[in-house]
Design a protein around this ligand. Structure first.
Ligand SMILES: NC(=O)c1ccc[n+]([C@@H]2O[C@H](COP(=O)([O-])OP(=O)(O)OC[C@H]3O[C@@H](n4cnc5c(N)ncnc54)[C@H](OP(=O)(O)O)[C@@H]3O)[C@@H](O)[C@H]2O)c1
Length: 252
């Protein structure tokens, strides 16, 4: 089973690092030329195919990781065959836009946490080979429709917003004279803790939150300040804007 990377940039580098960490051998991977191929080939000992055609001819699974506007052109005219799987990680590029002949096309949305095998990755449609690959990079979630996949893709942006909240909070702590490295770890681990508790318990989220928010306490105080600044509306507007972009309703 050979996994080919068509488009070797930032995301492909994270996926390759995660696969390597999960024990996938360099001989089981192949890179398209361009981008960061030479660097990653040097680092991991992975071969670079002579062309995209040569890549598709040799691989069983092809991960398409070019920028969205390059996706359709990158796969056009390539010698896909039955039994292959093309996994597109290109945000907002519909299945119908990817001409892969008899190969099966799967859309997936891994996060850069794939690098440490911690990416929650949504994919559609379900496929055994795609699932096996994605599960090496973290928990994989097969979705029921392309529409559901598009909505879930907004989560890839939320991941960045969460990192921004961590950075803002840690930086605020540092402005108060605390140790920046300790605060970075503390705030980051607090987000991990918040997420893990929700992921690992089945209690209704409102119930879990109500247990946290002691009347008159500090959590309630902070939430009231955020609500007065209309943070819920701002967050929902951000989600809607991303979904509109992903589904082509906006170029904002
Ligand atoms: N970055 C993320 O965190 C993230 C997360 C989830 C999904 N994604 C998706 O992943 C995709 C890639 O994002 P990225 O951030 O990795 O972009 P990137 O760093 O710009 O990498 C894209 C690479 O594709 C190469 N490329 C373009 N056309 C090609 C072709 N026809 N044949 C071979 N290589 C080609 C580019 O090479 P040149 O430099 O030579 O043009 C570039 O190295 C995007 O569609 C994005 O939506 C990204």
């Amino acid at each position: 089973m050979i996994i080919g990377f068509l488009g070797v940039g930032h995301l492909a580098a994270a996926l390759i690092a995660g696969l390597k960490r999960a024990g996938v051998s360099p001989q089981a991977m192949l890179l398209s030329p361009r981008g960061r191929s030479a660097e990653l080939s040097g680092r991991y000992g992975i071969d670079i195919a002579a062309s995209s055609k040569a890549l598709v001819a040799r691989c069983d699974i092809i991960v398409l990781a070019v920028r969205p506007h390059d996706a359709a052109q990158a796969v056009a005219g390539l010698p896909f065959r039955a039994g292959q799987v093309l996994i597109s990680v290109c945000a907002g590029v519909a299945l119908a836009e990817l001409a892969s002949g008899p190969a099966k096309v799967v859309r997936a949305m891994p996060l850069t946490a794939a690098e440490i095998n911690a990416s929650p990755t949504v994919f559609f449609p379900d496929d055994g080979a795609a699932r096996q690959l994605l599960e090496r990079l973290g928990p994989a979630f097969a979705l029921r429709s392309e529409r559901e996949f598009e909505v879930a893709t907004v989560n890839a942006a939320i991941y960045g917003w969460a990192q921004s909240l961590i950075a803002q909070s840690a930086e605020w702590c540092a402005t108060k004279g605390t140790d920046a490295a300790t605060m970075r770890q503390l705030v980051a681990q607090t987000f991990v803790a918040a997420g893990r508790l929700i992921a690992e318990k089945n209690d209704p989220m409102e119930h879990m939150l109500s247990e946290l928010v002691t009347p008159g306490g500090i959590t309630e105080l902070g939430l009231s300040v955020l609500d007065a600044a209309d943070q819920r509306r701002a967050w929902q507007c951000a989600c809607e804007a991303v979904l509109d972009r992903l589904t082509g309703r906006s170029s904002a």
